[in-house]
Write a protein that binds this ligand. Sequence first.
Ligand SMILES: *[C@@H]1O[C@H](CO)[C@@H](O)[C@H](O)[C@H]1NC(C)=O
Ligand SMILES: *[C@@H]1O[C@H](CO)[C@@H](O)[C@H](O)[C@H]1NC(C)=O
Ligand SMILES: *[C@@H]1O[C@H](CO)[C@@H](O)[C@H](O)[C@H]1NC(C)=O
Ligand SMILES: *[C@@H]1O[C@H](CO)[C@@H](O)[C@H](O)[C@H]1NC(C)=O
Length: 498
Amino acid sequence: MPSLARLVAFVALLASVSAIVPPGQQGSPNQPIDVSENDAPTTDTDSIVQTAGQVDQKSSPPIDAPPSSDVPPTTVTALDGALTNATVSEVSGSSNTTSTSTRRSVGRLGQRTSGFTKVFDGLPAGKHDASIQGTAYLTYTVVDNSTYNVQACLDWCTQRVDGCVFVNIFYEFNNYLLDFVFSEKSNLKCAAYGDIHNATEKLNFGGQPSYPQVGDAPVPLTYITQSSGYAVNSLVNPSDPDGYDLVFGPTGGANNAPGYMGFAFLDKYDVDACAQLCNGRGVDPVGGGCSYFNIWRAVVNGVPTTYTCSMYYLVADESTAVNYGQGSLVVTLSRGYARKNLVIDGGFEGYTGCSDFCFTASYSNWIGTSLGNLDASVFHFQPYSHFGSGVALFGAAFGDDSLAGTLKPAKPLVTEKGASYVIQAFFISSFSGPSLEAHAKVDVFWNGKRVGGTSGFVGSYTFTQSTVVTGTGSDLLSFVGGAAPAWTFLDDVKVFKV
Ligand SMILES: *[C@@H]1O[C@H](CO)[C@@H](O)[C@H](O)[C@H]1NC(C)=O
Ligand SMILES: *[C@@H]1O[C@H](CO)[C@@H](O)[C@H](O)[C@H]1NC(C)=O
Ligand SMILES: *[C@@H]1O[C@H](CO)[C@@H](O)[C@H](O)[C@H]1NC(C)=O
Ligand SMILES: *[C@@H]1O[C@H](CO)[C@@H](O)[C@H](O)[C@H]1NC(C)=O
């Protein structure tokens, strides 16, 4: 026999159920769904400019490095306003550098085209000169020093150094390693850079000891002569990073856009590195994963200074690329890239059956099927949605059955066979309050196999990511669930390559 307390609770439950106006009748959620794109943070330009004033990523070939070393991986020189020195893999949390090593040729400043132009001459042979102290130093070699061998240096840059767009050629004297240790026996250095520098950046005058100390005799110091610079004739667009599309650029405007997730400085203009940072950026609780990045070069007082990678959870475009610089800092070579979402209309914004409130089982981009009546549906109603006005609902829209519905994209997803993907989405199960939503449940299926989902009361839109799935070339994504009055809303579905 039920206790009085249980009876009272049961009656209260019935009363609360009957008091609920279902979503299909434009009922109000138990608590307001309080999210707006308008609250999204925008680019923190002040922090970027201030950090650009602190970072020093300019260099020359070190006097003790052997010639023809591999170009080291791109490093992060600042992260969200703090100076650092870490590889992109360390920062992005990917222990796997596959994406870096399998790069298609050049994701840097641009690909080489035929031909170089002299940017500046060296001083006459007898005078002390200086080598470039500049950004995006890659590596160096020595070339045969029986003549001032420019061509050998240009050929090496073109044929051997990925991303080389500029070389600085100079003699370095009193370098013991060049004179006696390294097998090449040449002091004509050829330094490769991933950015173009000019004579105002000839700031490394040598002056370092390299020869061993012998008795009390002074150690001769290194010095430099005949330092000239050659740059590629033109820069072309880097290849799009894997899983991204170019949205705009190059322009002289950086994005000042909503959905900002922070920035990193790179030691060279490397769109693949910026993509890797975006992929590994982690999750903003309100906005989800990184979906867009903006890469640009900061030129301060006419000198390349750093390469900014800004990340966003909302996809931006050229309309907000209006930050041209500040003070002595000028924005150059700004490009925006959007992460490819394989789901067409994952935000349900394509359903525009009305201007305010309406819903449907299916429309051109999504198909809802039900065991009962409207157990999976798509709404156009801003108060229910995460971002925008479109949103999907699981559980009978009118509350007239407690059966589950299925929602799937109208067409299979066009994936790459064998590639890895994750499914990201936002769920909320709060419409009818904690006790009635306790049994809420929606599962995510990839080709019929459960790979994620949500269950129980979820009081605010919550980011959810599936396990890693594999593409077959044509894949079926579906969401199954709902048991009114345990309703669940779904919004902003994304399938990203990882
Ligand atoms: C960054 O770290 C690497 C590896 O520890 C080191 O070789 C390099 O000199 C460092 N660079 C700077 C600018 O501190
Ligand atoms: C790195 O990724 C490749 C290809 O995705 C995979 O075969 C390899 O096992 C991964 N290695 C590690 C250490 O995760
Ligand atoms: C060429 O380089 C070697 C090794 O540093 C040096 O001994 C020699 O004097 C250089 N020759 C010329 C012409 O500079
Ligand atoms: C070289 O740098 C200086 C310093 O700002 C600048 O004024 C000049 O225009 C630059 N020259 C070229 C050819 O880019």
